[in-house]
Design a protein around this ligand. Structure first.
Ligand code: NDP
Ligand code: HSE
Length: 442
């Protein structure tokens, strides 16, 4: 058995509390498996009075002093945000301490600079919990998939949005009720607009796509639409057409070589009910990766919540203790010097199938005018759905298309919304087809 590894945990909220529990309840098992023990020397919080029931913990508000403790070898950042958390991570790295973090916001905003700082100080940053909660996706990207050129990555990577959409779809809950429950369960970010606006998923996609494609990705490279503008009527129409709506993070490379342009996007998407992603419910996440040798692989598990996320944090602690994290950090190309910036596909050139919901006057010739405009832009229709109604004023009409270009759809909708017989704005969602390889049985 080696000497206990001194750790300081910044934050004792949802995830910090889970880390404390695992270290206490599973310390013996971890010791048997790895030969490692951890000495929780400091737990830094903002307000001591909130933690009065944990008098047995080494609680403090003095983060600087805790980090500077010479016996602390690893600083675990579980505070969230980019301000104070960033300052403290910097301090830890400058002091040569390894950092474990679940903070995708911080890495998306300052990853390049913090990774360089870690390299200069001959230490490392481990960040398994930053993407996919408890799913070991970062380690899989760095190790398990290293023999593969990655061409596609499609994921449900925000537990809060997936929880909200699941409750709205399967239980008929309203948006506000579902969001409140996600907050109560501890899935949501301190500022839940990070979740519902799609930003949290975009920050995770910037990390995952950097790892997948060996490029440097900025959050601003990613086209982002959240679930906050989605309406219940779209969930119902999608179901009627055989789809469910999921917030997907999608990274794909055009062409079959390392140089192909990347398309990176986060948006609500119609997923066919037979696609495995359609079955991913509640706070579960799933990341489907297409590797050149492996083909499709699906990483599935709880993407948020106390114990799943703490599981990934403690895995990182063990990885640091065993020297694996440092070796992986030394080789990883994300945020590394000389790694090229991602070459992005012009978003207008994106090819997708689309779901369009118009609010149209129920009058002769309206649909003919709409379909003529779509045809003039080279957009071919796949289905049209309109229900009988006694309301002769405005009715919802749903159109799905075959593959079309984003730019063509945008221009066509601008024209349609100017017709005067359609109430703008027309709702536009993208449809994704299931990977052909899944479900073939071969
Ligand atoms: P919480 O809000 O539950 O906990 C944050 C903790 O940090 C609290 O203990 C708080 O102290 C402390 N803290 C915040 N600001 C300061 C400060 N300025 N000085 C000292 N202490 C501070 O957050 P979570 O545990 O949910 O999330 C932590 C991180 O993990 C975030 O980066 C999040 O994105 C990430 N994450 C969260 C997941 C989840 O399911 N919750 C899943 C995956 C990643 P106090 O208690 O005194 O207020
Ligand atoms: N708020 C995030 C989510 C936490 O809901 O997925 C996990 O990163």
């Amino acid at each position: 058995m080696s000497d206990p590894i001194g750790i300081c945990v910044l934050g004792h909220g949802v995830v910090g509390g889970g880390v404390r529990r695992i270290l206490r309840e599973q310390g013996g098992m971890i010791l048997e498996r790895t030969g490692l023990t951890f000495d929780l020397r400091h737990v830094v919080v903002r307000d001591l009075s909130k933690h009065a029931q944990h008098a047995d913990l080494p609680l403090t508000t003095d983060a600087e002093k805790a980090i500077a403790d010479p016996a602390v070898k690893v600083v675990v950042e579980l505070m969230g945000g980019t301000g104070r958390a960033g300052e403290l991570v910097e301090k830890a790295l400058r002091a040569g301490k390894a950092v474990v973090t679940a903070n995708k916001s911080l890495l998306a905003a300052r990853g390049r600079e913090l990774f360089a700082l870690a390299r200069r100080n001959k230490t490392c940053i481990a960040f398994e919990a930053s993407c996919g909660g408890g799913i070991p996706i970062i380690q899989s990207m760095m190790q398990g998939l290293v023999a593969n050129r990655i061409d596609d990555l499609v994921g449900i990577v925000n537990g809060t949005c997936n929880f909200i959409l699941t409750k709205m779809t399967k239980n008929g809950w309203g948006y506000d009720q579902a969001l409140a429950e996600a907050q109560r369960a501890g899935f949501a970010e301190a500022d839940p607009t990070m979740d519902v606006s799609g930003r949290d998923a975009a920050q995770k996609l910037s990390l995952l796509s950097g790892l997948a494609f060996d490029v440097s990705v900025r959050e601003s490279d990613i086209h982002v639409e959240g679930i906050d503008t989605l309406q219940e009527i779209d969930i119902r129409f999608a179901r009627e057409l055989g789809y469910v709506i999921k917030l997907l993070a999608i990274a794909s490379r055009s062409g079959q070589n390392q140089q192909g342009n990347l398309s990176l996007r986060v948006h609500p998407t119609l997923v066919h009910k037979n696609d495995v992603l359609a079955e991913v419910s509640g706070s579960f996440n799933a990341i489907s990766v297409y590797g050149s040798a492996l083909g499709h692989a699906l990483f599935y598990g709880r993407g948020a919540g106390q114990m799943p996320t703490a599981s990934a944090v403690v895995a990182d602690l063990v990885s640091v203790g065993m020297g694996i994290a440092q070796r992986l950090f030394d080789q990883v190309r994300i945020f590394a010097e000389g790694v090229p910036a991602a070459r992005m596909l012009d978003f207008e050139q994106l090819q997708s199938r689309y779901y369009l919901r118009l609010t149209a006057r129920d009058e002769p010739g309206v649909i003919a005018r709409v379909t003529r405009i779509l045809g003039e832009h080279g957009i071919s229709l796949s289905a049209i759905l309109q229900h009988e109604t006694n309301d002769t004023n405005l009715v919802p009409v749903v159109i799905t298309t075959h593959l079309a270009r984003e730019g063509a759809v945008r221009s066509a909708l601008e024209e349609i919304d100017r017709l005067g017989v359609v109430q703008p704005p027309t709702m536009r969602l993208r449809i994704i087809d299931p990977p052909k390889e899944f479900g073939t049985g071969n």
